[in-house]
Design a protein around this ligand. Structure first.
Ligand code: AMP
Length: 288
């Protein structure tokens, strides 16, 4: 396995299977890397903590950085290259100018659905779209693997690539997006790089998210699912950003029962001197 910092040293990565990450790799990322490996293509894993997707008061400075451990996990799961571009390589014009540029590029509608991430983290998906597009330009993959854990992000990337495929010239002609299911701890907590912020005493409360998704899973109506998720999260001391049932593809509020739905949660746990914002999602049983 090679560590590559300069995009020019990536070639010939064209035709690879690509797993973009922000590092602090865990078993969820490892599963994505194995999924990429199973395609038979050489696997490129990027590690880049992208400043343009963090808001001013978010955790960019303390986001965990564990490159040596990340390299070991990438190698053990079959990666050929770990790509660690510098800030300057990704944003030669500087992050402020890049952010302005991103603000002028229309986001796919799924990224700005009312009541979801855009309300809580304005500008977040513009930064995600920008970095993913630049990474695709540098790596030129055939397949890029994303986790269902970040469902709205997955739908944004799928829409972005669909729009590219319908445009002339097609920016990433041979690219296909693959999704991998969320990897969880045995007790249901979705693996996340941010879980390591959590003191042991708060670990039990964090299960409120998995429990809320479980009650939503068996609910008979979207409104019941939403009420039960809220109650469960509050009982575990979460401050809820959203706990909603949406159309799984469009992320629009659900009006009928005929559509495939997804329960989506973002909620925060706080403790003296710290806190963590967790997101998760799951399908509802009766509208898989
Ligand atoms: P991140 O490093 O958190 O930006 O995530 C990089 C990729 O790993 C994204 O496609 C995430 O959706 C995916 N991912 C993160 N956590 C998990 C998980 N627990 N299960 C599956 N995929 C995950």
């Amino acid at each position: 396995m090679r560590l590559v910092e300069d995009p020019e040293d990536l070639s010939p990565s064209t035709g690879c299977a690509f797993v973009p990450t922000m590092g602090a790799l865990h078993e969820g990322h490892a599963a994505l890397i194995r999924h990429a490996k199973a395609t038979g293509l050489p696997v490129v894993v990027s590690v880049f903590v992208n400043p343009t997707q963090f808001g001013a008061n978010e955790d960019l400075d303390k986001y965990p950085r564990t490159l040596d451990a990340d390299m070991a996990i990438a190698e053990a799961n079959g990666a050929s290259i770990v790509f660690v571009p510098s800030l300057h390589r990704v944003y030669p014009e500087g992050t402020a100018a890049a952010t302005d540029l991103a603000a002028r590029v229309p986001l796919p509608d799924v990224a700005t659905r009312p009541g979801l991430e855009d309300r809580c983290r304005p500008g977040h998906f513009a930064g995600v779209q920008l970095v993913v597009a630049r990474l695709f330009d540098m790596v030129r993959p055939s397949i890029a693997v994303f986790g269902e854990k970040d469902w709205q992000q997955l739908k944004l990337v799928e829409a972005m690539v669909r729009i590219a495929h319908g445009s002339t010239p097609n920016r990433w002609p041979s690219l296909r997006i693959a999704a991998h299911p969320t990897v969880r701890e045995r007790d249901g907590l979705a693996l996340s790089s941010r879980n390591r912020y959590m003191p042991a005493e708060w670990r039990e409360r964090s299960l409120g998210i998995a429990r809320a998704l479980q009650v939503a899973h068996t609910a008979q109506r979207p409104s019941t699912a939403e009420e039960q998720m809220l109650a469960t999260l509050k009982a575990h001391d979460f401050t809820v950003d959203y706990a909603v049932v949406r159309d799984a593809e469009t992320l629009m509020p659900v009006t009928g029962l005929e559509t495939r739905t997804r329960a989506l949660i973002a909620a925060r746990l706080t403790w003296p001197g710290g806190g963590v914002r967790l997101i998760d999602n799951a399908p509802l049983a009766i509208w898989r």
